[in-house]
Design a binder for this molecule. Structure first.
Ligand code: HEC
Ligand code: HEC
Ligand code: HEC
Length: 478
């Protein structure tokens, strides 16, 4: 996907590519239809191909749910809570770790009431309302219903949920933690709001087909600690593989949109944004970062001299990881360090490119040209990032970062850089309110391409360039 965006292609090749893609889409649809017939046949003949949608929830879960919510789990509990108030607090913490608000909020004035459209290759899925409203939310759900949704990806009416809801990860979360989240959600103001319907094409609008997706891509079951590893490692694994669902963005997907288990954390592109390789590989991943830098990045969104967080990662930090305790962030890093290194072929780390601009004469005296990258940079970016690219404020919280030794500028594609120019950066943490304005509205695709290519050439990886057409494609992504 990156390659398609990042490399200009002659028209003929593009047409061929489009045809091939169309062909692949049709093949996939045909395959699914055959699957559909196969499952229908099996179900009508009563064989147990997969769990039926009508199947009642397992007894174990029903038993669990009928007990009064248990105190914090001994092993994975984090902040231990016993009384109701503590349970709700713990639930709030865990809901943040799971970043429920990111997907279930479309309008900040209606938190958790859903309505956010999620684009998938198969159409658009709109998130449901999970406030306790009895008619449009989950007010009438039992705890057992809630557990089944989180652990099995099955809705209240027995229908299969789409994996855009990360139940493939949430299945690892203990019953106690899921019920703590439920207890917290119960305390939210009920919001009466029915989000618009999904728009998925046949056969993807057939929910029961997700049974197939599950067969290939889903293993139901709680996290099993590894006794050979430390408690810290296990806590990190529990969070990363479960609630924090880092892999949803950082692991590439197979043809059925399941996560590729042999390339975990090696980086993937979604809606144009490249969620970088975060394995411990020294050139392609984050192997040269210190533990403190990783913790700083996850708690503030800035690791000076390495990276800043924009786009989807900015949101993860804004809504989720900044609220995690230092211990939990430390555990996440401990676990990430042990994930196998995967090389993407890069010859040096993203954050080890670039030198300050030292030739101001290049910017002077030339005829003013609306698409001169250097001039556009001075006019639009230099007030904050300095004409040398070295930023202002060094590593202080809220500094205007240096563009030299910045992972987005040194990456092997310029997608995120262009998206940062298009959409700006906005993040609020305990340390600072971060704001870079969006330039999408006032600059043309030509101008953004010119700035992007100037910035990568001058301050980053000069091989990463984009054409105006590619900027236009990125602009349409959101
Ligand atoms: C990455 C996006 C995403 C995140 C994060 C997310 N959800 Fe969802 N959730 C969805 C989508 C999409 C659906 C609808 C799936 C469908 O229609 O099949 C959904 C459905 C649900 C449902 C079923 C509701 C219904 O009416 O059927 C529940 C319950 C739920 N989510 C709870 C949560 C909780 C609790 C969290 C946080 C721990 C969470 N979700 C985090 C995307 C997300
Ligand atoms: C919603 C998608 C999404 C999720 C979930 C997500 N990330 Fe990211 N992550 C990204 C994107 C996109 C970037 C690149 C951000 C940028 O260019 O500013 C990124 C960047 C990073 C980086 C910086 C890498 C670099 O070299 O700049 C680290 C470290 C990271 N993520 C760790 C995590 C961890 C740990 C989790 C789970 C707690 C996580 N991410 C969850 C999308 C995501
Ligand atoms: C008003 C000040 C301001 C202007 C003007 C500005 N920026 Fe920024 N820029 C920021 C701030 C603030 C951040 C975010 C710092 C952080 O994440 O802590 C940022 C971040 C960045 C990043 C890092 C993003 C990442 O994900 O790592 C890049 C690259 C960048 N800006 C490039 C540009 C370019 C190119 C321009 C001109 C088109 C520009 N900026 C104009 C203030 C500005």
């Amino acid at each position: 996907m990156i390659k398609n965006i990042a490399r200009a292609q002659p028209l003929q090749a593009q047409v061929r590519l489009a045809r091939r893609r169309l062909f692949r889409g049709t093949t996939l649809a045909a395959l699914f239809s055959v699957f559909a017939l196969y499952v229908a046949w099996h179900e009508s003949h009563g064989t147990d191909v997969s769990r039926s949608d009508e199947l009642p929830i397992t007894q174990a879960h029903a038993d669990d749910a009928s007990q009064t919510p248990a105190p914090a789990a001994a092993g994975n509990g984090g902040a231990a809570g016993v009384a109701g108030g503590d349970l709700v607090k713990r639930g709030e913490y865990l809901a943040r770790a799971g970043d429920c608000v990111a997907c279930h909020t479309a309008d900040k004035s209606r938190p958790f009431a859903g309505g956010l459209p999620i684009n998938t290759p198969f159409g658009t899925i709109v998130t449901p309302n999970i406030t306790p409203d009895p008619d449009t939310g989950i007010g009438q759900w039992t705890d057992a219903d809630f557990l089944r949704a989180m652990h099995e990806g099955i809705g209240k009416g027995g229908e299969r949920l789409y994996p855009a809801f990360p139940y493939a990860e949430y299945t690892k979360v203990t019953d106690q933690d899921v019920l703590a989240i439920r207890a917290y959600l119960n305390t939210l103001t009920p919001i009466h709001y029915a989000p618009p319907a999904n728009s998925l094409k046949f056969p993807f609008n057939q929910r029961w087909l997700m049974g197939f997706w599950n067969m290939f891509n889903f293993t139901e079951g709680r996290f099993v600690p590894d006794p050979k590893q430390s408690a810290e490692w296990n806590r990190g694994a529990y969070l990363v593989e479960g609630l924090a669902h880092c892999e949803e963005c950082h692991t590439p997907r197979n043809i059925t949109q399941g996560l590729k288990s042999d390339s975990r954390f090696s980086g993937a592109v979604q809606a144009g944004w490249h969620a970088y390789n975060i394995t411990r590989d020294k050139n392609s991943g984050v192997g040269t970062w210190t533990d403190d830098e990783l913790v700083a990045y996850l708690s503030t969104g800035a690791a000076p001299g390495r990276a800043n967080a924009a786009g989807p990662m900015g949101e993860v930090i804004n809504d989720s990881t900044q609220y995690l305790t230092k211990e939990d962030l430390g555990s996440i890093v401990t676990y990430l360090r042990t994930v196998p290194a995967i090389s993407g072929g890069e010859s040096r780390p993203r954050d080890q490119w670039g030198n300050p601009a030292d030739d101001v004469t290049a910017l002077r005296g030339t005829k003013v040209n609306a698409v001169n990258g250097a001039q556009l940079f001075v006019a639009n970016c230099a007030t904050c990032h300095n004409w040398t690219g070295q930023g202002v404020g060094a590593s202080a919280p809220g500094a205007y970062p240096s563009l030299i030794h910045n992972s987005t500028v040194g990456a092997s594609d310029a997608n995120n850089l262009a998206l940062v120019i298009l959409h700006g950066v906005r993040r609020t943490t305990k340390q600072a309110d971060i704001l870079m304005p969006a330039f999408g509205p006032q600059l043309t695709d030509d101008q953004i391409a010119a700035i992007t290519n100037y910035v990568t050439k001058q301050f980053g990886n000069p091989q990463s360039t984009l054409t105006a057409d590619q900027i236009a494609q990125l602009r349409m992504q959101q």
